[in-house]
Structure formats: structure tokens, C-alpha cells
Design a protein around this ligand. Sequence first.
Ligand code: NDP
Length: 233
Amino acid sequence: MPDMKSVLVTGAARGLGLEFCRRYLADGWRVHAACRTPEKATTLMALAAGSPGELHLHRLDVTSARDGAALAGALGESSLDLLINNAGIIGPARPGGEIPDEAAWSEAFRVNCQAPYRLTRLLADALGRAENGLVVFLSSTMGSIGNLAATNAVPYRTSKVALNMAARSLSIEFRDRFGVLIVHPGYVRTDMGGPGATIEAEESVAGLRRLIDGFEPARHGGFFDYQGKALPW
Ligand code: NDP
């Protein structure tokens, strides 16, 4: 079906990634669901059965340059309407005052910043082939210096600040080829957000979908929450 819109979601097997896939499958999109263990993505497979969309499962550890290149190769010469850089880790989340484990801090940078930067570059041609290609980066208000209200989880916070800069740089470099949105999904009840979070994944992704569907050039490269409010860097 050549007219089918296509989206690629990283970290697709649970949490917000799974909810993005659920909604795009229900809306009849071609969904490239990228996750570390596709053979175990049983919820995704069950969602796809009977949905109007098309599910393509890909193996992707976002820190693996080889997996990224294989994924770009699998897309071939096709176009990609939407890339959702969703995969992320919280890293060492201790309160301020303790020195975080260095290897774990580096891992937070690799997963949360370097990986989405690399994947976006690898998929730039596919995004550029779409009529209105768009890349969404899942950031966080915890990466907003202007919003700083707590000092826990410094590895996560710094990795998301760095992600914002990486994404903003891409938005300038590729401004003629695809749009870029940097988003905070809210405080969401997933494995990362935990049971005390304030909203469900359905509400978060519904809000993010409105932002994505209503994308306009004035918002290119900006930082917004799931309700569309502009956030300080
Ligand atoms: P979850 O912890 O529920 O899910 C994280 C996802 O990332 C999983 O699918 C996981 O895959 C994947 N992932 C982690 N490391 C890798 C890796 N190396 N390669 C591929 N996939 C990986 O998180 P959420 O769904 O809550 O978060 C999604 C995004 O939203 C993240 O970027 C997060 O920082 C951001 N965010 C979330 C908030 C919240 O309140 N939940 C608030 C602000 C931002 P696997 O199943 O293989 O482990």
C-alpha cells in the first residue's frame, strides 16, 4: 500500500513506545517497531493482529551502530514520515550529593543522547524523501535548566540537556529536509515513571499526537510538553 504513512519508534515494546505503536497501528500506519528483543514483543504482535496498520519489527539496541546501520539498510529507498526517538534510561537516580557511577553515567549519555543523534542521521535520507518528514525526540523537563526544581538523577538530567542540544543542532542542519520536535511527555505511569506518576501513557501519547499532527514550521526545533506548552531550555 504505497499511500500508507510510516513511523519508526525506538524502544517500542513497552511504555510510551508501545503506546505510540498501538495508536499508529490503529490509525492504519506502517509501523517500524524497533526494540532490543523483537522475538519477545508479544504485546506488539497481538496489537498488530486485526489492526488496520502494518507492523514491521526490527532488532535495535540503540547504542549499537551496527544495529542502526542494519535498520537504515532495511528501510532501503523507502520514505519515512515520522521517527520517534523514544528509547531511554533513567540511569543512576540518587539524590544530589553522591558521585554517580561513571560507567552508568556514560551509559545514560549513550542511550539518551548519542544514540538518537546517530539514528536520526542514519535515517535522514528516508525522512527527507517523505513529503513532510518529522523527527520527535523524547526529552524531559528534567533536562530543562530553566525549570530546575530538584537535584536528583544528575546523569539523566545531563543526558537530556545534551539531547536537547543534539536535537536542536539537527533541526538547524536538516531544516530544509525534515521537521524536529523536542518533547516532554508528562510524568507518565510506565516502568520509568513508576506508579506515583500523574498520567497514563494513553493521555501522554494522545497529547503528543496532537502536537505531531498539528506540527507547523514555527515550532520546528522547539521544546514542548505533551499539552503543547513551550518549555524553557
Ligand atoms: P520505560 O522505562 O517504560 O521504557 C524504556 C524503553 O526504552 C523500553 O522500551 C526499553 O527497551 C528502551 N530502551 C532502553 N535502553 C535501550 C537500548 N539500549 N536500546 C533500545 N531500547 C532501549 O520508559 P518510558 O516509556 O517511560 O520512557 C520513554 C521515553 O520518555 C524515554 O526517553 C524517557 O526518558 C522519556 N520520559 C519519560 C517520562 C515518564 O514519566 N515516564 C518523563 C519524561 C521523559 P527494553 O524493553 O529492551 O528495556
